[in-house]
Design a protein around this ligand. Structure first.
Ligand SMILES: [Cu+2]
Length: 210
């Protein structure tokens, strides 16, 4: 019940949200506003973000998108300061819902222990560039909650997530179709088949065939 209520709330918004670290904020209609989706004030509660093997998590209502991730150094970067950003990574997602994106700062200029910065995401799924920001303090000792990231996209351990087979070519239909049951239907069919086999086996056993 709680889950279905959550799902309903999610489908109300039509773009994406930065969920981990927490975004400065999200308003659907102002998300196309640079540099932070309409949230120009720095968040005084900073998230401690690791210099190595970091990641961010987004919740996307779009099936596919390309994402540019930037680091902006400073305690409270101005709109102009966002133009002096440094690229963290360029990635793409191929499924809606939660996506965990590599954000390794190891080779990013200016990233150092104790530095205040803002992570900025530019998300393009075909309906304009959509902005989200998170204010962080970089740390050589911080560690992230790995349970937030069951499957990392990008980064050295997982080269840029190109799925096997021919499905990787950019299929043009990027328009927003909410999560749907595309992946789960196959799985439930399989479990039904398994259930049938188990059932038949136990019937056979009961009849003394084994
Ligand atoms: Cu959108």
């Amino acid at each position: 019940m709680v889950l279905s209520a959550l799902a309903l709330t999610w489908t109300v918004s039509a773009h994406y949200q930065l969920t981990y670290p927490a975004s400065r904020g999200f308003i659907d209609t102002s998300e196309p506003t640079a540099p932070c989706g309409g949230f120009n004030n720095v968040n005084t509660t900073r998230f401690s973000f690791p210099l190595h093997n970091g990641f961010v998590v987004i919740n996307s209502e779009h099936v596919q998108a390309s994402i540019q991730m930037y680091l902006v150094i400073g305690n409270n970067p101005s709109t102009q300061a966002f133009n002096q950003n440094t690229t963290i990574d360029n990635l793409s997602i191929k499924q809606p819902g939660l996506n965990c994106l590599s954000a390794n700062l190891a080779n990013v200029t200016g990233a150092a222990d104790g530095v205040n910065a803002t992570i900025q995401l530019l998300f393009n799924a075909g309906d304009g560039i959509l902005y989200q920001c998170a204010d962080v303090t970089l740390s050589s000792s911080a560690s992230l909650n790995q349970s937030e990231c069951p499957q990392l996209i990008g980064g050295s351990s997982n080269s840029s997530s190109s799925p096997s087979g021919s499905a990787s070519a950019s299929s043009g239909s990027a328009s927003a179709s909410p999560s749907g049951s595309s992946g789960s239907s196959g799985a439930s069919t399989n479990s039904v088949a398994m259930g049938t086999i188990v059932l038949l086996a136990s019937v056979a056993f009961a009849l003394g065939m084994f």
